[in-house]
Design a protein around this ligand. Structure first.
Ligand code: HEC
Ligand code: HEC
Ligand SMILES: [Ca+2]
Ligand SMILES: [Ca+2]
Ligand SMILES: [Ca+2]
Length: 473
């Protein structure tokens, strides 16, 4: 996308905004009363990622470098791209050794397929891009803000694969219970609730183990989310629900390995990672069994399969840095069909149903050191990066720092309409149980109870418009 073209589009949307504002003002003066929504002003802009936006709605839409990278930055991004796709093997190979001995997958891209999202396995298919976090219950204050307690012999994640001569920690069997929900206008919607059974564990697993399923999320636009100033995020927090709207966003504060203190969590389904550097190092460590300077001890420490262990990290800081830069600088795909009347109606319904109270449409980034392309951008991520109680049906009942067993971080919705084209499925939510966008909405409970009820009360035309809006993101 040439730069002038991007500018042109930007100009068009500004112009469009001005016209819209004028129409609204005119409407205000002639017709009263006009109700003003308390939700943030939504944007009609197509530029979801500011100047990092790309106009590409193909199956590669999530894999494009931000168009505003300098030549040197692009080169660094492309080095990271190679490492993101690198397949790791058993030591002592010459290229990419260090896999395992226990792991979940052999490369980043295997889980984040096409830089997009994972899904639960089909029947008779092994786990690919869904993993399970484990912990022991906390005896005293479950909400102590401390990290999850590792399960002896298993750690905090079930590693379901192992290299030759080592044992996988176990397997998971998934089956679903079907439920039916009827909306006000009589439409029947089928929902499936997942049940997990841990099988073939290499040693007995304590009865009381807590299990949290997580599918791999998309990895584009993340530098922008990292560049949002902390105080901008905290400004949306309303833990005691002081404004009485039933919604009480809460920040997570999690252990920051580099700074050796608790800092704001932003990444992962429970916002349990503070920075992309730490998120990436944790992925190498937990998901692939690769040590780095941040996590020097193998994830299998203390298990019989770990025979030899070197204090030297299995990958260099340079690799860690370029992969981090890669996920910081993937472009955000532009919205489509923003002027379609059905999409516009859906956008209004999204605000009216209070979706925008958590899925915040517009934020402004600050400065992210070393990554000028994501700095000072106006973006439309549709998240507040805060934790919300989503009710018992979505609960994993496994606390993660300050997140309790029913709290989840609002996931960004940008690009969600392209998941089908990029990843060939429409499985949503943290465990991929929803088989389409409407199912994802109808699982909302807890703080989002009123939003879900609003959707249940909509007419079919309105629900179609809401989905058309989500598909335009
Ligand atoms: C086994 C599958 C798997 C592998 C392999 C994997 N990931 Fe992930 N990734 C996930 C899951 C699942 C999450 C969500 C984790 C959570 O919520 O706790 C995640 C989260 C992330 C996030 C945060 C996204 C967000 O929106 O918060 C980033 C960035 C990321 N992974 C990058 C990587 C990189 C880089 C690699 C390779 C070093 C990698 N991942 C390897 C499954 C995987
Ligand atoms: C109280 C905050 C809140 C409100 C209000 C809310 N959501 Fe969500 N939304 C979330 C959270 C948190 C999740 C993740 C839940 C999970 O994965 O278990 C989510 C997930 C989603 C997803 C799936 C995203 C993905 O990546 O899997 C969609 C789509 C969605 N919401 C749309 C909506 C719509 C439409 C509305 C209004 C009708 C709405 N949400 C209202 C917090 C909220
Ligand atoms: Ca290793
Ligand atoms: Ca483990
Ligand atoms: Ca509130």
């Amino acid at each position: 996308m040439p730069f002038h073209n991007l500018k042109m589009r930007h100009f068009q949307s500004l112009l469009y905004f001005t016209i819209l504002a004028t129409i609204l003002l005119t409407a205000c003066s002639s017709e009263s009363p006009v109700t003003v929504e308390s939700t943030p002003v939504f944007s009609t802009s197509e530029l979801s990622g500011g100047e990092t936006t790309v106009f590409d709605a193909s199956s590669h839409a999530f894999s494009i470098p931000a168009p505003n990278l300098s030549p040197a930055a692009l080169e660094k991004h492309l080095k990271g791209d190679v490492e993101f796709e690198a397949v790791f093997v058993t030591a002592p190979a010459v290229v990419n050794p260090g896999l395992g001995p226990i792991y979940n997958n052999v490369s980043c891209i295997n889980c984040h397929s096409r830089d997009g999202r994972g899904r639960p396995p089909d029947a008779d298919e092994g786990l690919v891009s869904l993993l399970f976090r484990l912990s022991l219950p906390k005896t005293e204050d479950a909400m102590d803000g401390k990290p999850p307690i590792p399960v002896p012999g298993f750690g905090t994640q079930l590693n379901n694969r192992a290299i030759v001569n080592a044992n996988p920690e176990g397997k998971i069997k998934i089956d679903y219970t079907e439920q039916t929900l009827t909306t006000e206008d009589g439409t029947r919607v089928h929902l499936r609730y997942p049940n997990y059974t841990l099988t073939e564990t290499y040693q007995p697993l304590p009865e009381e183990v807590e299990v949290s399923p997580r599918v791999a999320p998309v990895v584009f636009g993340l530098g922008l989310l990292e560049a949002i100033p902390e105080n901008a995020i905290l400004a949306y927090a309303d833990e005691a629900d002081a404004d009485g709207d039933g919604i009480s966003g809460k920040p997570n504060f999690v252990w920051n390995v580099v700074e050796q203190r608790y800092t704001l969590g932003r990444f992962g389904w429970k916002a349990n990672q503070p920075t992309l550097l730490q998120q990436v190092a944790a992925a190498y460590h937990d998901d692939m069994g690769i040590t780095t300077s941040l996590f020097r001890t193998e994830n299998s420490a203390g298990q019989p399969q770990l025979t030899a262990h070197s204090a030297t990290p299995e990958i260099s800081d340079e690799i860690l840095e370029v992969v981090t830069f890669y996920v910081q600088t993937l472009a955000v795909p532009a919205r489509r069909n923003v002027e379609d009347p059905q999409v516009e109606q859906g956008e209004q319904l999204f605000a009216k149903a209070q979706c925008a109270s958590c899925h915040v449409p517009t934020l402004r980034t600050g400065v992210l050191a070393g990554v000028p392309s994501v700095s000072n951008q106006t973006i439309h991520p549709y998240t507040d990066l805060l934790l919300h109680d989503m009710g018992p049906d979505l609960a994993d009942n496994r606390p993660d720092f300050h997140a309790n067993g029913s709290e989840w971080r609002t996931p960004p919705l940008w690009g969600i309409g392209l998941v089908k084209r990029v990843n060939g499925h429409t499985n949503f939510l943290h465990d991929g149980r929803a088989r389409n966008l409407m199912e994802a909405i109808l699982w909302h409970g807890g703080e989002a109870e009123a939003s879900r009820q609003a959707v249940e009360q909509m007419s079919k035309t309105e629900r179609d418009a809401l989905i058309a809006f989500l598909e335009s993101l």
